[in-house]
Each structure stands twice: as C-alpha cells, then as structure tokens.
Design a protein around this ligand. Structure first.
Ligand code: HEM
Length: 263
C-alpha cells in the first residue's frame, strides 16, 4: 500500500522521499570505481606484449594460476570475466537512468549545458555517448573473452585482433573506454569530494590535469599495444601460421638441448 501511495504522490506515507535513487547512485559510483580501476590494470597487463611475447605469455599463465594448476586453468579467467561482465551490466543499468528519455529531455539538457557553458556539465554528453557505445562494444569483447579464455596469449590474441577482425572494434572500444573511464573517475572524485582538502577549487584544477594526462597516457599505451598485436597477427597470417600457439623461448631452448643441440 505504501508503495502505491509513493508511486502516485512521489512521497511515502511519512511524507519522505524514497532513498532508492541515492542508493542507486551509490551503486553506480561503486561499480564505476571498480571498472575504472580494473581498466587501468587491464591495460597495463595487455600492454605486456610491448615488452616481449615471453612476458605477455608469462602474465597470461600467471592469471590462469599456473602456480596452482599445472599449465594454468583458463576457467579462472572465464569466471573473472563473468564477474566483470556482471559489474559492467549493473553499471550500465544504473547509467541508463541518467540518459534522456526523449528528444525534449535531450533538448533541455543540451540547452542547459550550452547556456551554463560549464566544462564539467558538457562532459556529461561525452559520458552518455561513450557509455552507450560501450553497451555494444564492451559486451562483444567480454563475451568473446569469457567463452575463449583458452585463446589468450601472444599469438592467439594477435590472431583474434588481426585475422578475426577485432581491431576495428578495439579502436572504437579503446577510445570509448579511455574517455569514459578517466572522465568517470574524475567525476567520482569531484562528486564525493575525495581529494577536496582545504581548497576544493584548486583540487578540481589539479584533478583536471590528472584526467587529461591519464587519458593521453592510456590512449598512447593502448594504441601502441593494439599496433603490436596487429603486427604479430599480420605476420602470422603472412606466414600461414594463424591458429598456432606461442611456445615460450625457455621451452624452445629446453627442447633444443634435449635433442642434443645447443641453442
Ligand atoms: C576479465 C575481463 C577481461 C579480460 C580477461 C580481457 C582481456 C583482454 C585481452 C587478452 C586483450 C588483448 C586482445 C585479445 O586477446 O583479444 C584485451 C584487449 C582489450 N580489452 Fe579487454 N579484457 C577484459 C575486460 C575488458 C573490458 C571490461 C573492457 C572495456 C569495456 C575491455 C577493453 C579492451 C580493449 C579496448 C582492448 C584493446 C586494447 C589494446 O589492444 O590496446 N576489456 N582484453
């Protein structure tokens, strides 16, 4: 009954407003924080290919818990990807509440942002656009990784990027995720006043510099990483080696020694 009254009047029988919107905002912030920090870690791990194929291979095996299971277990990566996928869906669901529901609402928001000419208000449009793009792009990537976690590695990943045509999707996803992630973390810091200190205005200026620097850093790192996977994938395709799995240098040396040859 009290739900019915609140549904019609927008207030509870005690004349209070529901706390649900505040709770949903909190869930949106918490899931956004987890995803934003996850993406920084993710980009650093994926960029291990820039150091060497062996390094990327070692990281992959480490994440498959090869220190517990002989040869590693990709199932762990699938389970982890599923957890991230669930957080991703919850975050997207919470974000949807903030999207304009019809053209009139969009027009009001646009007019308001233009009239205020306030940079942070305009950032909302970037968040809405990149968030919407990620609904599709992020879901495709997460589903593929979740169901093909055994195909992550210097050659398998490069083949997916190049021969399985993931690179156009990754270009768009990379742009969307880097802008959305850093703007999101910046907005979280401002909204919850994490680093406000004595002079919130000065802090906001500093946070803006951090936001810009981190966006550039992860965009450059991301595109360099993507180029590295594309190059390896292209070379594999040219050599007719698509589908072959990478053998780490240490194992090749061991094989050669066992066959009586010194590497
Ligand atoms: C547990 C979850 C995830 C895992 C295990 C994972 C794993 C990977 C791997 C192995 C690659 C290298 C290319 C490939 O193998 O296809 C990659 C690339 C990429 N991932 Fe993820 N990913 C995850 C979640 C996400 C999420 C949530 C996003 C953003 C919504 C994302 C965005 C990207 C982008 C943009 C690239 C291309 C980056 C580049 O090459 O510079 N990933 N991911």
């Amino acid at each position: 009954m009290s739900d019915l009254i609140e549904g019609y009047l927008g207030k509870t029988v005690e004349r209070k407003k529901s706390r649900v919107p505040a709770k949903l905002d909190y869930i949106q912030s918490a899931t956004g924080l987890i995803l934003g920090l996850f993406m920084w870690g993710h980009m650093l791990l994926v960029s291990s290919i820039l150091v060497s194929k062996d390094f990327m291979y070692d990281i992959t095996k480490l994440l498959e818990a090869s220190f517990i299971f002989e040869g590693g277990s990709p199932l762990i990566v699938s389970i982890f990807a599923l957890v991230i996928f669930i957080i991703f869906i919850v975050h997207a669901g919470m974000g949807m509440r903030k999207l304009p529901g019809n053209f009139k609402q969009y027009q009001v928001m646009k007019a308001h942002a233009n009239n205020m000419n306030h940079e942070d208000t305009k950032l909302w449009f970037v968040q809405a656009f990149t968030g919407f793009a990620m609904f599709f792009l992020g879901s495709i990537h997460l589903y593929i990784i979740m169901t093909h976690s055994d195909a992550i590695g210097p050659y398998a990943s490069a083949d997916r990027v190049w021969s399985e045509w993931m690179w156009p999707l990754y270009i768009l996803l990379l742009l969307a995720v880097e802008f959305h992630g850093t703007i999101g973390l910046y907005r979280l810091a401002v909204k919850w006043g994490w680093f406000d200190g004595d002079d919130p205005k000065a802090t906001r200026k500093k946070l803006k510099i951090w936001k810009k620097s981190l966006t550039w850093f992860f965009l450059i790192l991301g595109f360099a990483t993507l180029a590295a996977y594309m190059k390896i994938g292209y070379e594999n395709a040219a050599a007719g080696k698509v589908g072959e799995r990478y053998t780490p240098t240490a194992q090749v040396m061991e094989y050669k020694i066992n066959n009586g040859r010194v590497a």
